[in-house]
Structure formats: C-alpha cells, structure tokens
Design a protein around this ligand. Structure first.
Ligand code: AP5
Length: 223
C-alpha cells in the first residue's frame, strides 16, 4: 500500500490533536505532534525542554533551528516508514522547505496538507475548556467531557490544563499563527496538496470528512 504522509494545519484549538487521535486509530499512522514532543521535553527538563519552555510560555514559536532536526529525525524512524501524521509541524515556511527537502532526499513525498479552520472566538472558547489526560487524551469540559468530571476515562488520572492555555497566551498564539503559519496555506495550495475542512462542525463530523478525504487519496495513490 502507498505511503500516507500527511500534515494537519490550522490555528490553535481548531481540533488538530483531536482529529489526529481519531485518524491514528483509523489508519494506523504515527501521530507526530510537535507540541506533545516539546511538552514532554519540558516535563523531563531536557536541554530541548529548557530551551523551548520560555518560547512556549510566551506563546511564541520555538526557533526553527531547535525543532526542525527533532521532527525530521522522528519521521525517519521505523514506525513512520509507511507514513505519518504531522500535527503542529511545519509552522513556518522555513520548516516547510526543510521538510520538503528532507522528504525528497529520501525518495518520499507528501500526500496531503489538511487545513482545519475555525474563527478566533470559537478556538478561544475551546481552548479555555480544554483538559488533558496523562495518556494525552484531549477533553473539553462542555463539548467532550470525561465520564467523571476531572478524571481521564482511560486511567482515572487527574485531567490538567496546559500552561499556555491562558486566554492572553492563546491570543498571542493566534497572532503568531496568522503571521508565521498562515502563509503555509498558499504554500501547500500551490503544490496541489491542500484540502480544507470546516473545523466549526462537531468532532465526529470533521472526522468523517477527513477520513473520507484520506480514503480517496489512498485510492488515488493505489491507481
Ligand atoms: P501545539 O501543542 O501544537 O498547539 P497549537 O497548534 O496551538 O494547537 P492546540 O494543541 O492548542 O490545538 P489543536 O488544534 O490541537 O486543538 P485540540 O484538538 O486540542 O503547540 C504549542 C506550542 O509549542 C506552540 O505555541 C509553540 O511554542 C510550540 N511549537 C509547537 N510546534 C512548533 C513548531 N513546529 N515550531 C515552533 N514551535 C512549535 O482541541 C482544542 C479543544 O477543543 C479541546 O478541548 C477539544 O476537546 C475541543 N474540540 C476539538 N475539536 C472540536 C470540535 N470539532 N467541536 C468542539 N470542540 C472541539
């Protein structure tokens, strides 16, 4: 079967992580989330984490020189040999150029860049209610609550809020997204890879639309 090398694009809170979790189950692709990788490094107090933390807390992007090598290395690992689902990378044109060059060098190619869109007021509301389980599972206090308030359905652990989910940091992250990441929409459109999805729909509707698009791409790749 042909490789599925996919990118999820979209503003903070559009639902990239939520959809990636569902799509990973459907297609067996590794979900490579830069935010999760960086948060794990912060928690483990590695050099990467110490360097990244101050940018993340300020709602800024971590410099390309820090993150690009980590992700390019990750997509070269065994479990990503048959494809990957990138969530949160690339986020700048430089990152996209590095990814494109690295993929081409290994004889692979990108299959699609999926944009999940939602307006600012929607994403701010979503992020303010987001809670995360120890397993990485994402909840929302109103839109996708756990069975027992404050506890992860999977292991009963306490749900937590991300440090960068305070409203003023979210507004900053949105401004950074508009300035540094939105140019990637035209970038991938020009390459014929962009597909757009309405992120204001419910999670299962967004999921159904993306799943159908991936199935179509899979069929096209096999022809
Ligand atoms: P990262 O962790 O990637 O954050 P983000 O892109 O800002 O995206 P979020 O995780 O906030 O949102 P999401 O779209 O995944 O939404 P979710 O599914 O959780 O990055 C964090 C930081 O790391 C960056 O600011 C930067 O500093 C650094 N970083 C990361 N990558 C980098 C890179 N490449 N270069 C440089 N720096 C980098 O959903 C949000 C909430 O809404 C949840 O509660 C969910 O339950 C709910 N929800 C989801 N979908 C729906 C729906 N359809 N309807 C109703 N509710 C929904």
């Amino acid at each position: 079967m042909a490789e599925l090398n996919l990118i999820l694009l979209g503003p903070p809170g559009a639902g990239k992580g939520t959809q990636a979790g569902l799509l990973t189950e459907d297609f067996g692709l590794p979900h490579i989330a830069t935010g999760d990788i960086l948060r794990a490094a912060v928690a483990a107090q590695t050099e990467l984490g110490k360097e990244a933390k101050r940018y993340m807390d300020a709602g800024e992007l971590v410099p390309d020189s820090i993150i690009t090598g980590v992700i390019l290395d990750r997509i070269g690992q065994d479990d990503a040999r048959d494809g990957f689902l990138l969530d949160g990378f690339p986020r700048t044109v430089d990152q996209a150029d590095s990814l494109g060059a690295a993929i081409e060098q290994t004889g692979r190619r990108l299959t699609g860049a999926f944009l999940i869109s939602a307006p600012d007021d929607v994403v701010v509301k979503r992020i303010s209610g987001r809670r995360i389980g120890k397993s990485g599972r994402i909840y929302h206090v109103d839109f996708d609550p756990p069975k027992v308030a404050g506890k992860d359905d999977d292991d009963g652990s306490e749900l937590v809020q991300r440090d960068d989910d305070r409203e003023e940091t979210v507004r900053k992250r949105l401004a950074v997204y508009r300035r540094q990441t939105e140019p990637l929409i035209a970038y991938y459109d020009d390459l014929g890879l962009l597909r757009r999805f309405d992120g204001t729909l419910g999670p299962s509707e967004v999921h159904a639309h993306i799943r159908a698009a991936i199935s179509t791409l899979q069929r096209e790749e096999e022809i």
